[in-house]
Design a protein around this ligand. Structure first.
Ligand SMILES: Nc1nc(=O)c2ncn([C@@H]3O[C@@H]4COP(=O)(O)O[C@H]5[C@@H](O)[C@H](n6cnc7c(N)ncnc76)O[C@@H]5COP(=O)(O)O[C@@H]3[C@@H]4O)c2[nH]1
Lengths: 179, 179
């Protein structure tokens, strides 16, 4: 099951590395630029669209989401790459009602992009029908892995959504209301 | 099959992005620091140990391999991360006979690290015996994907080896002789 392996790889090769360092990076950012992230905002918000439709620029997803600034990068020697860089982006989320934007560290779960592209490449032997099942399996597996790792508790928030069912304006209302 | 998905993810999420830009990064590097990479060296050499034992620092693998310098990084907006960084490291490879070091852009295939760690984590439901088969499947799948992508021909070299069978000094002789 592809999604099972991708969820494990996403944890072992990314979240396990970046989540324990997130608080340090937020503090480093605040010392330099001021306290823009509220308590709720001091987490990595991970978008998990079941359609696997992952855009590279979040502002194209929704006009209520605007790029703000990147956190300072984390540099790690990794598998022969010296100082491989891991970084996260802060976005402003505009809320229709309050009209007061919230800052939020937000990104897509990158492996879903691979799941999507595997369905487009016939050589990958992966059907579109299987894609939705795999996306849900990815989410369930990742949730279960992270629930069993006390060290990362409170440093992330998974945001799964079925964007095939729900409308185009799901993004900002969904995320801003969550926050 | 986990290795199949990881090979596709490695191509779709990494090699497809970095290999077409490699020549440009090499030229950028040469303009600034001089022509250290010979014609043969103008490729990404990817180590694929079937044991899945991937170290973070290549110089710990072998005293004949010494870190030289990083290529300039490639910055790409990716899945919500603004200016995500992709970079490669140049190493000096010392050859016992010639005693003349070669420069080489060298790294491990990172997903093998996840394969290794999945065997160590019982929750991942992955046995040590399956690991060797999966490493070989990863190699075969990756080789077959890359063979079918004309755009990346000549920009990489896969270096598979069975380091469970062969000795500890395999690394440098193997790589330097290959070069
Ligand atoms: N959002 C995000 N930011 C990151 O910096 C990052 N780094 C990894 N990941 C995701 O975690 C998982 C494990 O990563 P791993 O390094 O083992 O495999 C990676 C790795 O083998 C290779 N790769 C990707 N980016 C790089 C890179 N910058 N340098 C070297 N190798 C890379 O290609 C695989 C797939 O990458 P992504 O498809 O981007 O998603 C990965 C993957 O799902 C990231 N996700």
């Amino acid at each position: 099951n592809v999604a099972h392996g991708l969820a494990w790889s996403y944890y072992l090769g990314y979240l396990k590395i970046v989540l324990p360092k997130l608080e340090e990076k937020i503090n480093q950012y605040h010392r330099e630029y001021g306290n823009v992230l509220q308590q709720k905002g001091k987490k990595l918000y991970i978008l998990i669209p079941f359609s696997c439709k992952v855009l590279d620029k979040l502002e194209k997803v929704d006009t209520n989401i605007v790029f703000y600034q990147n956190l300072p990068e984390l540099l790690v020697d990794r598998a022969g790459i010296k100082s491989r860089s891991y970084k996260h982006s802060i976005y402003l989320i505009y809320d229709q009602k309050k009209q007061q934007p919230h800052h939020c560290i937000l990104e897509y779960a990158t492996p879903l992009r691979s799941l999507f592209e595997m369905t487009n490449d016939s050589a990958a032997a992966f059907s579109k029908e299987q894609r939705l099942d795999q996306a849900k399996l990815f989410y369930r597996t990742l949730k279960s892995i992270l629930n069993n790792v006390p060290e990362v508790t409170g440093s992330y928030r998974l945001i799964p959504y079925d964007d095939d069912l729900e409308g185009a304006e799901l993004g900002p209302h969904f995320v801003s209301e969550e926050i």
